[in-house]
Design a protein around this ligand. Structure first.
Ligand code: PSV
Ligand code: MN
Ligand code: MN
Length: 388
């Protein structure tokens, strides 16, 4: 059995992955939103479910909220509730993609009144961050156009900058703004923040506490995502990850499910670039569980990240460097692949037990009775999102 060195164990112990509250709500495709027995009916129940993931994995000590999906009257009370369950409230996600007013844009809209409304929504999100103790405001914009000629591309970039500037100016203390990019959808011809370069340009124009958010599902097929990870870390602008898997588009499937090797390659660059357990880089999931049970889906997800992190930490960096320097292409590749092909699951199970956790968190959750309890007690769970 592979052994995990004390150094690797220490790095795995320090690892933490933030869960999205919306992963616990019902979701689906534009064709159908399925309901799952036991789905949370309010933000409190989403947090309670997220706490279960942390209880069996010790990997997920924070929950990201989405406003207005997770709107409550008293955020301080929500924070206390979360803390009592052993989790923090994490990133606050804004939402400017569900109102009729935003049909032709929000922060980029031609109409100052619509921009005002969208900016005010973000200022409200920052008020919420003050109450929840959250550090990061995450902005994903659904803005763009469908037809060539429909929109003034240049003017929209300028207005985006002005809007972001006003939002950024409202941040205080340690608070940060992270700007997510996505190459298409819901707009199909152009998107206002389509790629890491645009996000980088926009956040760089704001200041030090504005960073890029990299959602693994938001790239064209074949994109070398680990290269982007390397570059953003090199530039000191990788603020956060939204992890998920995609086969075709923005599929929001369980991270590591579609391509574990890609996740391994990404985590290798994270380690190489000093991003692992670096407070500047937030690791978050951004997923939906349309057909599988949600809590086990989240447990599987954080375990996938942990497994690929362990494998990436096993890469013999010295041997790799020697092979690279000597131009031995195949030896370098073999060092890399040896680590990827190492089954770390038995070692991770043992290590978990040594920390007082169950060797198999999936089995521990299944045996806990929590799923049966929520399925009996909760009726009429709410939809997490618009289901895209
Ligand atoms: C839409 O693509 C999206 O999945 C983005 O990735 C956001 O992070 C998420 O919704 C929540 O707003
Ligand atoms: Mn995302
Ligand atoms: Mn997405």
């Amino acid at each position: 059995m592979t052994t995990l060195s004390p150094d690797i164990q220490a790095q795995l112990t320090a690892q933490s992955i933030e869960l999205p509250s919306w992963a616990f709500g019902n979701s689906g495709t534009r064709f159908k939103v399925f309901t799952t027995p036991g789905t949370p009916r309010d933000p409190y129940e989403k947090i309670a479910d997220a706490a279960q993931v942390n209880r069996v994995t010790a990997l997920a000590p924070a929950v990201a909220l989405h406003i207005p999906w997770d709107k409550v009257d008293d955020y301080a009370a929500l924070r206390t509730y979360a803390n009592d369950l052993g989790v923090e409230l994490g990133t606050i996600n804004s939402n400017t993609f569900q109102d009729d007013d935003y049909k032709f844009g929000a922060l980029t809209h031609e109409d100052a009144a619509v921009r005002r409304k969208a900016i005010d929504h973000h200022l409200e999100c920052i008020d919420i961050m003050d109450a929840t103790g959250s550090r990061d405001l995450k902005i994903w914009l659904a803005e763009g156009s469908n037809y060539p000629g429909q929109a003034d591309l240049r003017g929209r970039q300028d207005r985006l900058h002005e809007s972001l500037q006003e939002i950024y100016a409202r941040l205080s203390g340690e608070q940060r703004l992270v700007l997510e990019y996505k190459f298409f959808e819901p707009a199909f011809y152009h998107t206002d923040v389509p790629d890491w370069g645009t996000s980088y340009v926009q956040v760089s124009a704001l200041g030090e506490r504005a960073m890029v958010c990299l959602d693994t599902g938001h790239h064209a097929p074949g994109t070398n995502i680990e290269f982007i990870v390397m570059q953003l870390l090199r530039l000191g602008k990788l603020g956060s990850f939204d992890f998920n898997s995609r086969f075709y588009a923005d599929d929001d499937l369980i991270v590591g499910a579609a391509d574990p090797f890609q996740l391994f390659r990404i985590l290798f660059e994270v380690i190489r670039g000093g991003g692992l357990n670096n407070p500047d880089v937030a690791f978050m999931l951004d997923q939906c569980h349309n057909v599988e049970k949600k809590i086990p889906g989240q447990i599987r997800s954080v375990l996938n990240v942990q497994e690929m992190t362990a494998r990436a930490l096993l890469v013999d960096a010295e041997a790799l460097r020697v092979a690279q320097l000597s131009g031995d292409v195949l030896a370098a590749n073999a060092v890399f692949m040896d680590a990827f092909y190492t089954d770390v699951r038995p070692a991770l199970g043992q290590w978990r037990e040594s920390r007082g956790l169950a060797a198999d968190p999936m089995a521990a959750y299944a045996a806990s009775g929590y799923q049966e309890k929520i399925e009996t007690e909760r009726l009429g769970g709410v939809q997490a999102s618009w289901g895209a």
